[in-house]
Design a protein around this ligand. Sequence first.
Ligand code: MN
Length: 241
Amino acid sequence: MALYFISDLHLEHQRPAMAAGFKAFVDGLTDAEALYILGDFFEVWMGDDYNDPFVDGVKATLRDAVERGIAVYLMHGNRDFLLGEAFCADIGANMVAEGSVIHHGDESAVILHGDSLCTQDVEYMKIRQMFRSPQWQADFLGKSLEERIAFARHVRSESQSGQQMKSAEIMDVTPIEVDKALDEAGVTRMIHGHTHRPDVHHWQHQGEARERIVLGDWDDTQGWMIRWEKDSAPQLSKFSF
Ligand code: MN
């Protein structure tokens, strides 16, 4: 049995081919113990009370995975940070917090979306703090769905925060933040997404060998995943659909 990790699908109703690719990916998970979705699963999330046929289809795919015995875990990204307990309950999934440590046999890794590591983007870090504050979220979710949709459209099209959310993906991680997060977690391996720079990095930190595995973003024809078999190192790969 293996653990699987994906991130940065940025699903939206304009991308039916990617949603079909995601379904094919899930259908093909025959040895999965768990599927971790490390953020930006959706391009935007307005609150768990939002629903449309596209979202229903994605939920059905996730529900199917859960019914087949795969534990599904969702982490917030910088786009879908409003995904909540109602969404999870609806499909039988669980939220997993940024910075959680996963143990698999003799091996372990800390998991993050990745935007918290991009501290050079000072403007984004400010807006991130606002979006992640319980007060802002409660106020926002208290607005009508129409108001929230209008806000999202505004953010995406022209506002400064929209630009900042985009620039967040242009920046790469700050190495010192990576080492800090590894120190805090007490492990030597990190898995994250967000930067759209799929790669495996190895380096030494104070005499300790460290590894950072970065998931890639999906498009209409291909995706990235990490497959992690017990007692061995997680493997990053690209696949087509
Ligand atoms: Mn992201």
